[in-house]
Design a protein around this ligand. Structure first.
Ligand code: C2E
Ligand code: MG
Ligand code: MG
Ligand code: MG
Length: 276
């Protein structure tokens, strides 16, 4: 259709648009192919008690290894999967795999271990989401309190009515909810009062510079006291050094996740590292 536009400057413009559309399209079809070929897998990043250093759970993080392009990062393919609707397939697969994996590790000795799974906005509001969660829980045998779903503030703000219904039903079912990247979204504090949440995940951007930046210190301190008052647990994300860990521990942060305490790893490596 670019060709029918004729005029040269229009054509140049259209060619550029077509290029990015084409690359999205080819990535999308590569994704279809990749699902069929089993190119997607989950890595697991450990989450520890900040105070005792005890392993408490793990976040499941999606990985895509394409035979031609190598590892394609989630920030590249998740938005595309979200737009194309493929996220429903990928998301359901991730939830299922993560729950079975967590149950297996519990059976192998990790008591009260929880698994945290990212849920994208479109996936969260799909009609059969609750059905899917309940199905995965009953089939895997994982207790609902050992499943944490990570959603972002944007999900709650975009569709508060529908989100509220889903969150209430998940809460009744016993499933835990975490707000991912807390403090970075376009949101209001009112939802903390309105919705049944369990965990706030402090975004890495506040943790990065916390040792040198009084503002980040104040923000993290405030999130921690807010969470305490609301009876929520806090996970600090992106902890990379001892100074950050020391600060978080001293301020009473509950849980930590980051390269310092453990990178996301393949399930086999997770087992070797963290199971006796
Ligand atoms: P997120 O859920 O906030 O995940 C945390 C990201 O921070 C992960 O990036 C993790 O590898 C990285 N990270 C953890 N600790 C550190 C650290 O100490 N330093 C640094 N530099 N990075 C750290 P990853 O795996 O690339 O995932 C990026 C985002 O993609 C995730 O952010 C999440 O929003 C999305 N994502 C990943 N897997 C899934 C999935 O299964 N479903 C959905 N819907 N989204 C996913
Ligand atoms: Mg997350
Ligand atoms: Mg995050
Ligand atoms: Mg994120």
């Amino acid at each position: 259709r670019a060709k029918t536009l004729g005029k040269n400057h229009w054509k140049i413009y259209s060619d550029q648009v077509d290029d990015s559309e084409r690359s999205d399209l080819s990535l999308e079809s590569a994704m279809y192919q990749g699902i069929e070929n089993g190119e997607f897998m989950l890595h697991y990043q450990p989450i520890f008690c900040a105070q005792t250093g005890q392993l408490r759970g793990a976040e499941a993080l999606m990985r895509w290894k394409n035979p031609n392009q190598g590892f394609i990062p989630p920030i590249k393919f998740i938005p595309l999967a979200e737009n194309s609707g493929l996220i429903k397939i990928l998301g359901a697969w991730a939830l299922r795999s993560a729950c079975y994996q967590a149950k297996q590790w519990q059976n192998a000795g990790l008591k009260d271990f929880y698994i945290s799974v990212n849920v994208s906005p479109r996936q969260f509001v799909q009609e059969d989401f609750l059905e899917m969660i309940n199905g995965v829980l009953s089939e895997s045998g994982l207790l609902p309190q050992n499943l944490m779903l990570e959603i972002t503030e944007g999900v709650l703000m975009e569709n508060p009515q529908r989100s509220g219904e889903i969150l209430t039903q998940l809460h009744v079912a016993g499933v835990k909810i975490a707000i991912d990247d807390f403090g970075t979204g376009y949101s209001s504090l009112a939802y903390l009062k309105k919705f049944p949440l369990s965990v706030l995940k402090i975004d890495k951007s506040f943790v990065d510079d916390v040792i040198n930046c009084a503002k980040d210190m104040a923000i993290i301190g405030t999130i921690l006291s807010l969470a305490e008052g609301l009876n929520l647990m806090v996970v600090a994300e992106g902890v990379e050094n001892d100074a950050q860990l020391g600060f978080l521990k001293q301020e009473g942060c509950n849980l930590v996740q980051g390269y310092l305490t453990g990178r996301p790893v393949h399930s086999e490596d997770f087992k070797d590292k963290y199971l006796a």
